[in-house]
Design a protein around this ligand. Structure first.
Ligand code: BGC
Length: 759
C-alpha cells in the first residue's frame, strides 16, 4: 500500500492497530477472550431499557444492527462474504453505486479448498478482513463452511469440501486470519445447509453421529480453534426445528459443549418466531423486527419470557462489539477497498488451486512449437466475480482466461484466436420471467439447448487452422447459484457436441473447466486428452491459468470433492434421499425479489405457510463423498484428492510413532522432475477391526510441500489420536475404540503410495 496521503496513513495505522491489539492479548481460550469485558458490559446492560436492548436484536438496515446511541455504543456493520467484501447495498440489496467499494474478488470456496493450504486460507481471511476494515465493516458474513453433500448443490462452489477435516482446517485459518485483521468472522450456515432446494423450509433428518462426525466438524473447529465471534444459523430445519430456533444446535452444542461466547445472527429472512428463537439461541433477527421487536418486548412484559434471556443475548452482542473496534466514520471508505496486497493473495491462491485432472498425451504444458492457439468457448471470456446472488463481488478488475492467455502468448510470440463455440445460459433477472429487450445471439434460452450450428462451424474452422485447441467448458453463476440446485451436472448448452467436433478437427486439445462444482465428464473425456479444473478463480484467475497452461508453474491443486462418474452414483441420489418432495423453489430468495415476483412479502409468506413441509433424510449417514464411493466400491471419474503435476513424486517408506496424544507419520517425498512443483501429501486411516460402521478410509492429515527439481524433503504428517473416535448414538458421546488401523499415504484418495499397520 502506497502511504502517500495522511488519510491513507490513518487507515493503514488503524487496521494495523486493530490487528495488533487483537492478537497481542492472549488470555484463556479464544472464546473465553470474548468475555474479558463482561463486567463493563454487565454495567451497561444494567443501564439499558428493555426497548434499547431489543433494538439491538434486529436489523437496523439490511446490513447493520443498532448499538446503544445513548451510551455511545456504535451500530454493528455487516457485509457479505465469503469471497470478498460485497459492495455497499441499500434495502432490497440494491447497490448504492459507490465509487470506492470495489473489492478484491478472491477464488471461490472450492477453489481455495483445492489448494489444500491452511496457510493460504489464513491469508485469504486476513486479506478480506483488512478490506472489510477499509469499508468500516465489523462482521464479515463468512466463511461458508458447510459440507458439499450434493454434486448439484447451488452453493457447492461457496463451500470448501466434502471432507470435514479439510473443511475444518481451512475454516479455522480463514477465521483466524480474518479476526487477526480486526474483523469478526461469521461462520455460516449453521448447520446442514447442504441443499438449496426448499432451503427455507426443508427439514433435514440426520442422526447425531453423522451430524457430529461429518457436518458439524468444520463449525466446531472454527469455534474452538478459530475463535469465531459470530455464527449464522441456516435457513433450514434440523430434526424438526428451524436452525434459528434449534436449542440443540445453538444452546446445547454451540454454547454449552463448544464454549461459544459470541453472537448468533439469523440468515436473512431465516427467523420464524419470537419465543422459539428467543429460547432456541438466536441473538439477532436479520432482517426485520416482526419477531425480535415489539413482540419480544411484549413477551417479556407479559411474563412469558424472562428478561435475563434478553440480557444474555445483549451481552453476547456487546462482547463482539467490544472485541471489534468500530472504524471511525472519517476513516472508513476513504480509499479503494481492493488493495494490491490482497490482490496478490488472491493471485497466489489461484496459482495453487488449478487442478490438472488428466494429461494423457502430454498436451500440457503447451509445447514450444505451438505457434497458434484456438481458444474456444464462451467460458474463456466469462467473468465470474458478479452473480450467484449474495456472493457476488464488485471486483476492482478481473482477468478472464482469454485475457490471461493472450497476455502470456504475446510474450512467447504465439498467436491466439478465439470463438465462442456455444451459447451460454444466463439466468433472467426476475427468476423465470421473460426479460424484455433484444435477443442476444450468444445467450441460450435453456441449459439444455443443443449446440448452435453456426457457432460450432466457426469454432471448428479455427481449430483446424491452429496448432492447438484450448476448449473452455463448464458452468456459470446462473447455473450454479445460491437459491437453487442444478437439475443435473451435465455440461450445458451442447458443450459435449462442441468438444467432439473440435477433437475431430484437431486432436491437440486441452479442456479447461470453469465451474465451482463437479460436472459430468463422461462424454467430454474421450475427446479431451488433457483436462484442467480452472474454477471461478478470483481477479487474477486468468493470469494464473495461463501460467499453468504455458508451464511457467506446475499445477498443484487437488480436488476437494469427488467427480462422480454419473450423478446417480453419488450417495444422496443412490440412497434416494435427494431430491425429496416439495415445491423446489427458493422462497426466501423470492422474498427479497418482490420487484421481480410482483407479489407482496405477506403474500409470499402466506404461500410458504401453505406448502407441505419438505424433508431431506440423510440416508447415506456418514458415507458422504469419497467415503461412499470407496466403501461401496463405486467407480468415479476423478477421486477426492486427485490432481496431477508436470512432474512425478516419489513417496518413501513410512515410519510411524505416537507422541503424547498424536500420531506422527514421516516419509521422504522426492520431486522426480526437472521443475519446481508442489505436492499435497495426504494421509488416510483405515480401521481394520472396528465394531461399528466405518468408511473404507478417512482423511486425517495432509500437507502441501514445495519441492525444487530433484529435491527430497522429509515430511511429517500428524493427527490427534482423538480424531479416531466415533460418535456413539447410544451413549451420546465420543468413543475411542481400541483396535488396529492402517495408515495410508499418497497423492490422492485413489493413489495411495505407502502404507503401514499399527495398533
Ligand atoms: C445468504 C447468506 C448471506 C445473506 C445476506 C442469504 O440469502 O444465505 O449467505 O450472507 O443472504 O446477504
Amino acid at each position: 500500500i502506497n502511504l502517500q496521503s495522511t488519510t491513507m496513513k490513518r487507515v493503514i495505522l488503524f487496521v494495523a492497530a486493530c490487528a495488533l491489539g487483537f492478537s497481542c492479548s492472549q488470555p484463556q481460550s479464544l472464546q473465553d477472550r470474548l468475555t474479558i469485558h463482561d463486567k463493563e458490559i454487565n454495567e451497561i446492560i444494567a443501564q439499558m431499557t428493555l426497548e434499547e436492548k431489543v433494538e439491538m436484536m434486529h436489523s437496523k438496515t439490511i446490513m447493520s444492527s443498532e448499538g446503544v446511541p445513548r451510551l455511545g455504543i456504535q451500530d454493528i456493520k455487516y457485509a457479505d462474504g465469503p469471497f470478498g467484501v460485497r459492495e455497499e447495498v441499500a434495502d432490497g440489496f440494491r447497490p448504492k453505486g459507490w465509487s470506492l467499494d470495489s473489492a478484491t474478488y478472491f477464488p471461490t470456496g472450492s477453489a481455495l479448498a483445492a489448494t489444500w493450504s491452511p496457510e493460504l486460507a489464513y491469508d485469504y481471511g486476513n486479506g478480506i478482513g483488512v478490506e472489510a476494515r477499509l469499508r468500516g465493516k465489523d462482521i464479515m458474513l463468512g466463511p461458508a463452511i458447510n459440507i458439499q453433500r450434493l454434486p448439484v448443490g447451488g452453493r457447492t462452489y461457496e463451500y470448501f469440501s466434502e471432507d470435514p477435516i479439510l473443511a475444518a482446517a481451512l475454516a479455522v485459518q480463514y477465521t483466524l486470519g480474518m479476526q487477526d485483521a480486526g474483523t469478526a468472522a461469521c461462520v455460516k450456515h449453521y448447520a446442514l445447509n447442504n441443499q438449496e432446494t426448499n432451503r427455507g423450509t426443508v427439514n433435514v433428518i440426520v442422526d447425531e453421529r453423522t451430524m457430529r462426525e461429518i457436518y458439524l466438524k468444520p463449525f466446531e473447529a472454527a469455534i474452538k480453534e478459530g475463535g469465531a465471534m459470530c455464527v449464522m444459523p441456516a435457513y433450514n430445519k434440523v430434526n424438526g426445528f428451524y436452525c434459528s430456533e434449534n436449542a440443540h444446535l445453538n444452546n446445547e452444542i454451540l454454547r454449552d459443549e463448544w464454549g461459544f461466547k459470541g453472537m448468533t445472527v439469523s440468515d436473512w429472512g431465516g427467523t420464524h418466531s419470537t419465543m422459539g428463537a428467543a429460547l432456541g439461541g438466536l441473538c439477532v433477527q436479520m432482517t426485520g423486527d416482526n419477531y425480535f421487536g415489539q413482540a419480544l418486548i411484549d413477551s417479556v412484559r407479559n411474563g412469558a419470557l424472562d428478561e435475563a434471556v434478553v440480557d444474555a443475548k445483549v451481552r453476547e452482542i456487546l462482547r463482539l462489539r467490544f472485541a471489534i473496534e468500530p472504524v471511525p466514520e472519517d476513516v472508513a471508505n476513504t480509499i479503494m477497498t481492493s488493495q494490491p496486497e490482497t490482490q496478490k493473495i488472491a493471485y497466489e491462491i489461484a496459482q495453487k488451486s488449478i487442478v490438472l485432472l488428466k494429461n494423457e498425451a502430454g498436451n500440457l504444458p503447451i509445447a514450444k512449437d505451438v505457434k497458434k492457439i484456438a481458444v474456444i468457448g464462451q467460458n474463456a471470456v466469462l467473468t465470474t466475480a458478479a452473480g450467484g446472488i449474495g456472493e457476488g463481488v464488485k471486483t476492482l478488475y478481473e482477468i478472464s482466461p482469454l485475457e490471461g492467455i493472450q497476455a502470456r502468448a504475446e510474450k512467447a510470440g504465439v498467436e491466439v484466436v478465439y470463438a465462442p463455440g456455444y451459447k451460454n445460459y444466463q439466468m433472467r433477472m426476475g427468476w423465470g420471467r421473460p426479460s424484455a429487450g433484444p435477443v442476444n445471439p450468444l445467450v441460450a434460452n435453456s441449459i439444455d439447448e443443443p449446440a448452435d450450428p453456426a457457432l460450432l462451424a466457426e469454432a471448428v474452422a479455427l481449430a483446424k487452422d491452429a496448432d492447438m485447441v484450448i476448449f473452455f467448458g463448464g458452468t456459470n453463476k446462473s447455473i450454479e447459484t445460491e437459491g437453487s440446485d442444478r437439475k443435473n451436472i451435465d455440461l450445458p448448452c451442447g458443450q459435449n457436441e462442441v468438444i467432439k467436433a473440435l477433437y475431430e478437427a484437431n486432436p491437440n486439445v486441452a479442456t479447461v473447466l470453469i465451474s465451482g462444482g463437479p460436472t459430468d465428464l463422461r462424454y467430454l473425456a474421450p475427446y479431451s486428452p488433457a483436462i484442467v479444473q480452472g474454477w471461478w478463480n478470483g481477479l487474477e484467475g486468468g493470469t494464473a491459468l495461463a501460467e499453468v497452461l504455458f508451464g511457467d508453474i506446475a499445477p498443484s491443486g487437488k480436488l476437494p470433492f469427488t467427480f462422480p462418474l454419473k450423478l446417480e452414483d453419488s450417495p444422496a441420489y443412490a440412497t434416494g434421499s435427494f431430491p425429496g418432495e416439495g415445491s423446489g423453489e427458493d422462497l426466501f430468495t423470492l422474498m427479497y425479489r418482490l420487484d421481480a415476483t410482483g407479489y407482496t412479502r405477506e403474500q409470499i409468506q402466506e404461500y410458504i405457510a401453505s406448502l407441505p413441509d419438505p424433508v431431506s433424510e440423510y440416508r447415506e449417514g456418514i458415507l458422504v463423498g469419497y467415503r461412499w464411493f470407496d466403501t461401496k466400491d463405486v467407480p468415479v471419474m476423478y477421486a477426492f484428492g486427485h490432481g496431477l503435476s508436470y512432474v512425478d513424486f516419489e513417496y518413501g517408506a513410512l515410519t510411524c510413532k505416537q507422541k503424547k496424544d498424536k500420531i506422527q507419520v514421516s516419509f521422504d517425498l522426492k520431486n522426480l522432475g526437472n521443475m519446481e512443483a508442489d505436492e499435497v501429501a495426504q494421509l488416510y486411516v483405515k480401521r481394520l477391526d472396528s465394531k461399528v460402521e466405518r468408511a473404507e478410509k478417512e482423511l486425517e492429515a495432509f500437507e502441501r510441500v514445495a519441492l525444487k527439481a530433484g529435491e527430497t524433503k522429509n515430511v511429517t504428517l500428524e493427527f490427534p489420536v482423538s480424531e479416531l473416535a466415533h460418535w456413539d448414538n447410544e451413549t451420546n458421546g465420543w468413543v475411542l475404540e481400541p483396535g488396529k488401523i492402517e495408515i495410508l499415504v499418497g497423492s490422492a484418495s485413489n493413489d495411495i503410495r505407502q502404507s503401514i499397520h499399527t495398533e
